[in-house]
Design a protein around this ligand. Structure first.
Ligand code: NAD
Length: 541
């Protein structure tokens, strides 16, 4: 592993010495105050309170973010509700056109987006790139498939020809989105794009650690042509604002931890509103005996260390066939040790920083607990304050046993465990261990065999010969978790239909669905019984 050289090519106006621009005239903000102010004035806030945003890159101060009260949340919903009424009257083509403009805008403003993501999250630029990429893919997909998912749908009626059935997709109204810090641009935006396309308004509460990135997303939505009030942003602690968000929403879309997901689900149940929950994982990565080992080792590095492992679909459990175990491990360790480490804004790093002191504590606790109980560190394992306050080396462990914290609990950091397996039935059984079921990867040169095995793995997405991106970036395919990893799906038709109510409109022509022409009830029942038999014989559904 080598530290990125030079450590920071152009980190911007970084603060030397005391880093408190509010009280120290020699200190400065890492971002232009005017730029930050243009973003933060979008927060619905009347409290006069602000919260300091700081970068995990050297702890540089970024700006002050206004905080919302529960009254501000109510205000945000009121504005969104008014905007939604007008928006629901626009045509699908108009909405799709705005999404396509957003697609272009995101690609044009990519550098600005990547800079802000890196400043706020500390992730490597190449991992930040996944975010505008994912939002652009999502915008294009939903724009191009709008009519397919949301157009009026004709279905078969009870009396062939004489009963016409139309199914309409009606927007839910105002969708509340609560999003996490790990992919702050795409997690704050991508679900909402489908909600807007379906005719809804959105109130989003991004994580407090990554407000500025989410606010840039809101700014780009407006620049693309979405009406200003259609997308409201509130800021504050989830526990405080969460109940007001759920009280105002017609549907809630949550991405975050399983523990918080359960709290949200209970509150939504009280109001009898729907929710989708995209939650945690402890994702397995299977290397079968016929895997291309170079390819598997390359995929393993991405699966394990993208965004320093702070990725819901990243792999933390590696199961390797006996026959290839040592050869795979040698390659995986070598590739990990060749990674360029650093917390800077440039493209040179293979892995950036963790986001916070909290994450650092959890990750180091998992490593130390495993080592204390007898696990071996094949590479990594150290906190690297020389690279950034929250930097931890990419770490591969072996000899991890069930009593160690990192065996079953999500680390959400750059720490993975290696295990051997003897046959594929055992591999599947161990992949299915534990409470989660988000994502799995299977490496084999026999694609058909890997796909057969995938059907036995209890995860919402399975990537064959790829780490996670094949499913994540295939927007036509639903994405989400089984078991404790979630409820509902984003992406595909499932990802937009969740934001609609179906409305069935049946138009009856000719015959009535009741006795007529003097038929008694008993005669009507006989006629209908004969009809049913005939329709079955004709093969009708
Ligand atoms: P978290 O649950 O603590 O926070 C997520 C969001 O919920 C934040 O905006 C937070 O402010 C808010 N929140 C917290 N408590 C709340 C409450 N009581 N009511 C309402 N809102 C509340 O999650 P985290 O630890 O910040 O994020 C990491 C977790 O998210 C990991 O477990 C990861 O696997 C998961 N995640 C899942 C996906 C997915 O698509 N499945 C994607 C990204 C992250």
């Amino acid at each position: 592993m080598s530290a990125a050289q030079p450590p920071s090519p152009d980190p911007g106006p970084l603060v030397e010495g005391p880093a408190d621009p509010e009280h120290d005239p020699t200190a400065s903000w890492a971002l232009e105050p005017g730029y930050v102010e243009a973003l933060t004035r979008r927060v619905v806030s009347s409290t006069g309170e602000t919260k300091r945003a700081e970068s995990p890159i050297h702890g540089a101060p970024l700006g002050q973010v206004p905080q919302s009260s529960t009254g501000d949340v109510e205000q945000a919903f009121a504005r969104a509700r008014t905007a939604q009424v007008a928006w629901a009257r626009t045509s699908l083509d108009e909405r799709a056109a705005v999404l396509l403009r957003l697609h272009d805008l995101i690609l044009e403003r990519q550098d600005e987006i990547l800079d802000l993501i890196c400043w706020e999250s500390g992730k490597a630029r190449k991992h930040a790139f996944d975010e505008p990429l994912h939002v652009a893919l999502t915008a294009r997909y939903y724009a191009r498939t709008a009519h397919q998912h949301l157009g009026r749908d004709r279905r078969g009626g009870v009396v062939p020809v004489l009963t016409r059935v139309d199914v309409n997709r009606v927007p839910k109204g105002v969708v509340g989105i609560i999003s996490p810090w790990n992919y702050p641009f795409t997690m704050a935006l991508c679900d909402g794009l489908a909600a807007l396309l379906a005719g809804n308004a959105v109130v989003v509460k991004p994580d407090a650690q990554t407000m500025l990135t989410a606010l840039l997303g809101a700014q780009l939505l407006e620049e693309a042509g979405f009406p200003a009030d259609l997308w409201q942003v509130v800021a504050g602690a989830g526990r405080e604002l969460g109940p007001a968000i759920i009280a105002g929403s017609d549907y809630v879309c949550f991405t975050g931890s399983t523990a918080t997901g359960k709290v949200i689900a209970a509150q939504c149940a009280e109001r009898l509103i729907g929710c989708s929950l995209e939650l945690g994982g402890k994702n397995p990565f299977l290397v079968l005996r016929d895997a291309d080992l170079e390819r598997a080792a390359e995929g393993a590095v991405r699966a394990a260390f993208s965004n320093a492992g702070q990725l819901c679909v990243s792999a933390e459990r590696f199961y390797v066939a006996d026959q290839v175990h040592d050869r795979f491990v040698e390659r995986f360790v070598a590739r990990t040790e060749a990674m360029t480490l650093g917390a800077t804004l440039d493209w040179g790093n293979d892995m950036g920083s963790l986001i916070s002191a909290d994450q650092l504590r959890t990750v180091m606790a998992h490593i130390e607990d495993a080592v204390d109980r007898g696990a071996r560190v094949l590479t990594g394992g150290r906190h690297r304050p020389d690279l950034g306050p929250y930097y931890v080396e990419p770490t591969i462990l072996e000899g991890v046993t069930p009593e160690m914290a990192c065996f079953g609990a999500e680390t959400f950091g750059p720490v993975v465990s290696l295990y051997r397996f003897h046959d594929e039935a055992e591999a599947v059984q161990r992949a299915n261990d534990g409470q989660y079921g988000l994502n799995a990867s299977i490496y084999s040169q026999d694609g058909a065999r890997a796909r057969r095995l995938a059907t036995q793995v209890r995860c919402g997405t399975v990537n064959v010969n790829e780490a996670f991106a094949a499913t994540f970036a295939s927007i036509a395919a639903p994405m989400g978790g089984m078991r404790q990893s979630g409820v509902g799906r984003r992406q595909g038709s499932e990802g937009v239909h969740r934001f609609t109510e179906t409305q069935s409109v049946a138009t009856q022509r000719g015959v009535r669905l009741a006795p007529q022409l003097g038929l008694s009830d008993a005669a009507y029942a006989r006629v209908m019984t004969t009809n049913l038999k005939i329709l079955k014989k004709l093969g009708r559904a």
